[in-house]
Design a protein around this ligand. Sequence first.
Ligand code: SF4
Length: 499
Amino acid sequence: MNKYFDLSVHQLVDFILRSGDIDDRYFNNSTMLEGIIMHQYVQSKQNETYESEVPVDGTINISNYIIRLHGRCDGVIKCEKKVIIDEIKSYIGDREKFINNNFSWHLAQAECYAYLYALKNKLDCIGIQLTYISQIDKNTTYKNFEYTFIDLKNKVESYLYEYLDFLKIIDDLKENRNQSLKELKFPFLKLRKGQKEMIEFVNKDIVNKEIGFIEAPTGIGKTVSCIYGSLLSFKDIQIDKIFYLTPKNNEFKLALSSLKLFNNSGVKITGIEILSKEKMCLSDKKKCNPENCVFARGYYDKIKKILKELLLNHLLFDEKIIKDIALKENVCPFELSLDLSNYVDYIICDYNYVFHPTAFLKRFFESPDKTYNIDLLVDEAHNLISRSRDMYSSFISNSLFSNMKKELKNIKNIDIKKNLKKLSSNFAMFKKIEFINSEEEEISELKLEKLDDEFVKNLRQMSDVYKKYSNDHPFQIYEKADEFFLESYKFLKIYDLLD
Ligand code: SF4
């Protein structure tokens, strides 16, 4: 009997065609955010023949699978006699290098969308346009291609055949999990007082998609009860992932050992702990690019084989397993933990990865072509109030700015100099603000109703110029400037959210 499998275009092409290095000068939170803005910019410049954000899907029979492949194309251009699928990519740094390094990956994505669109609309031929736009100066380049329906069908099927091995591994994991959950039992002989109620409460809340709060004393076995309640829900409803969020590192271990308890009794649940980048990083320089970190070099060329092996041999992934394999294979352990998280049932991590405005896991919460069914178990949820306040606050101090300025002052780059000068005049103005309240008393802070637009514009421009400069000079390290621009990125993101 054929089995049904749900797959997004991104999941498919990211796995089989992404290659090369980790390089956060080109791919990072800030470029991803800027990428969304660039997409919207390109889309806003189109005429009525252009339809933006078009969902596409279709089923394809491969081996003994019926695969539902789906995604969302950036644009569909409907000319008089032709339909063209537009795929927009934005970049910083050298355009040709960016295109050459990522071309087959980008084209395959567009080919999948074009195939699904042509399939649904019964088209014999269709065009593809790859639109490359610079995040720095909006300079735009187009690459155009023509396909027959048969060409596209062959292409997409060849991608799916290449993915088939891996598809079987993840499908088996799900199948084994579901079978094993039929025998699910609480891992201790006796329930403590309150545990039964807690288990039922968690299960009911997840199944009914409700938000519930539990207040219980220490030592009654909250973690294992909550996990048991959530495991029961896998039997009742379709769940892609459960996030166990906790602010304490020792709770990560506790949650993972609770999962292990269930697995020791025959359950086959998969899970991972995601620690912070600093904690996972194995490089002294802490610079995520191939010039500065051996673990970044060729990451995407090596990762497919590693993921297959790991998923075939382990169910639970802790810090040690991940770091051991990262050291053995010379791949970044942090990125490996993120990539593994795509394929497991439980993700144990800090609140940041869900709630932080810049650090949340976009792959699950802002995925371009898949909506995940996710449930959250939030440990010590009362901490969320103060943590959210920190996450959604940002500051830029005069000392951060001065340190950055000192570090960059000898750079002979006209854009850096020009923008530094503009920003300096903003900071000079801030210095002149008298921190005095209506009672004529000196105060340490001042609440402004609105930030000066000119300052925000200058900060944005300076950040862009610095980004470009540091991309062009990968071996020059400016720690203070990096610190300033990292904070600026968060500052601007929060400013945009307020807007
Ligand atoms: S090992 Fe550290 S520096 Fe290297 S890519 Fe990973 S996080 Fe970045």
